[in-house]
Design a protein around this ligand. Structure first.
Ligand code: ADP
Length: 480
């Protein structure tokens, strides 16, 4: 397993020789030590990315597309190894880790596919403009990526795919909990023939590395996935050099089940979009708003299905829910559950920790709470845990009002048998992505991003690529 940093095509330790530990969230066992890099190493990585950009952009676009496809194929060849690294540092069940790697590959393949079809230069109609005007897409240059721990490899390829496809280079700072998946990806980059300096990876203090990435004028774009709180810090940092900024921040997804919904389908959807990754996803359903006519049946079926989930170590066979990432995450889940119960919610399933011999206290029972209200913490902030807070409603207007009563707006879900009504309702949800009877509305082909405080910019699809290639207009007057 790689435990050095990748700068300008070489694997290197921190200048100080310092390291920090990566621990398995299931048992706090030491997985690896990685370099504690600082300003000097980050600066070298930025300079390498800056220097590598012109020659990389000068290569034929088809070469970069082939390179992405080679990288994707290598990930497929190494899926077991990558999944085992991912589970050891992140905790998710191995089957989910494999699923994340397939999903991560789709962002490399999808970017390659889009890049092959994207028109990079357009000529405006001279009859209308009175002169020749070209509008072209200009690669921004060296970029920075700051990625989270919940999907350490998918959130990385979501940025790498479009960047490489568009001829941009990158300095990546992975999350401190999960740097090993990123370093393993760095090894594959070398194997796939990614030129030196095109992909650089630095690990260490987020504040120190983040400060240099935001403050260095050679970085022309920063793409971040993480909390709204850190997003604000980055916006402040960006005020100096004004890099382009893409921010994919927190969500608080409403999951609305209408009176005419197929309850079995809605429960199956709730299971996948709530309990995947132990509820630690920015598009996880966070607030279940269920019409009173189907409420009791929905809850009964949800309790049955969630009650069958197996909580345990991600490497054990048959496990559905692994540990949450750290003690602070567990404390937040506890706070949300306690607050809901104190304010009158009923616990229909779970509600507590699962104690497993020899493992940490980060395993939470799948939990279903009913009688929830908009004042409760679980209805105000992202829980990031395997907890379903349910509230009954009688009028759809009330459900829409509650759904939109949040500063966040990333994903939202509607469950109904009336497709046309759902299509009329969906635009009223103040979110970037709506799933109608669809618990997984995010694919490599779909523009994904938030409204309100869930962020700026889009990743995925053509929109994701366009973020790396702002428009340049060339207006041509007469030569004589
Ligand atoms: P989460 O709440 O999901 O842990 P964070 O927003 O804290 O999300 O982390 C997402 C990413 O942002 C991680 O790579 C983390 O190291 C990084 N990060 C945290 N604080 C800063 C900072 N001040 N500057 C730059 N990056 C940061």
């Amino acid at each position: 397993m790689q435990n050095l940093n990748l700068i300008a095509g070489s694997w290197c330790p921190a200048d100080s020789g310092g390291t920090f530990p990566v621990l398995d969230p299931a048992d706090d066992g030491l997985v690896a030590e990685v370099p504690e890099c600082g300003i000097a190493e980050t600066r070298r990585a930025i300079e390498a990315a800056h220097a590598a950009h012109p020659p990389f952009l000068a290569r034929p676009a088809a070469e970069r597309v082939d390179m992405l496809r080679r990288l994707s194929a290598l990930m497929d060849d190494r899926v077991d190894e990558l999944a085992s690294i991912l589970t050891s540092e992140q905790g998710k069940p191995l089957a989910e880790a494999r699923g994340e790697i397939a999903y991560a590959r789709s962002y490399l393949d999808g970017a390659a596919w889009e890049a092959e079809r994207m028109a990079m230069v357009e000529e405006l109609d001279p009859e209308r403009t009175g002169k020749a005007i070209l509008v072209r897409r200009a690669a921004v240059g060296a970029t920075a990526a700051i990625t989270p721990w919940n999907f350490p490899i998918a959130m990385l390829t979501k940025k790498v795919g479009p960047a490489f496809a568009m001829g941009c280079t990158m300095v990546l700072k992975p999350a401190e909990h999960t740097p090993l998946s990123a370093l393993a990806f760095g090894e594959l980059c070398i194997e796939a023939g990614v030129p030196d300096g095109v992909m650089n990876i630095v690990t260490g203090s987020p504040e120190v590395i983040g400060e240099e990435l935001m403050g260095n004028p050679l970085i022309r774009k920063v793409s971040f996935t993480g909390s709204t709180e850190v997003g604000r810090i980055l916006v402040r940092g960006a005020s100096r050099n004004l890099p382009r900024l893409a921010l994919e921040l927190g969500g608080h997804a409403p999951f609305i089940v209408l009176e005419d919904a197929d309850v079995e389908l809605a429960v199956a959807g709730a299971m996948s979009c709530k309990f995947r990754n132990a509820g630690q996803a920015c598009i996880s359903a966070n607030r279940f708003l269920v019409h009173e006519a189907v409420h009791d049946r929905f809850v009964e079926r949800l309790v049955e299905a969630a009650g069958r989930l197996v909580v345990g170590r991600g490497t054990d066979d048959g496990v559905d829910i692994g540990p949450v990432i750290d003690d602070a995450s567990m404390a937040k889940i506890d706070r949300h559950v306690r607050d809901a119960l104190d304010r009158g919610a009923r616990c229909e399933l779970g509600g507590g920790h699962v104690h497993i011999d020899g493992l940490t206290d980060r395993f939470h029972e799948p939990t279903v709470l009913t009688g929830c209200t908009p004042e409760m913490l679980c209805f105000r902030e992202e829980t990031f845990g395997p907890v379903c807070p349910v509230m009954a409603f009688s009028e759809i207007e009330e459900a829409i009002r509650i759904a939109n009563d949040s500063p966040f707006g990333l994903a939202g879900y509607l469950w109904t048998s009336d497709r046309d009504a759902a299509i009329r309702l969906a635009p009223r949800l103040e979110v970037g992505v709506v799933g109608i009877n669809d618990p997984s509305p995010v694919t490599t082909y779909t523009p994904f991003g938030g409204m309100k405080q869930s962020g700026w910019g889009r990743e995925g699809g053509r929109a994701g690529l366009e973020e790396y290639v702002p428009l340049q207009t060339i207006s041509i007057g007469p030569t004589n």
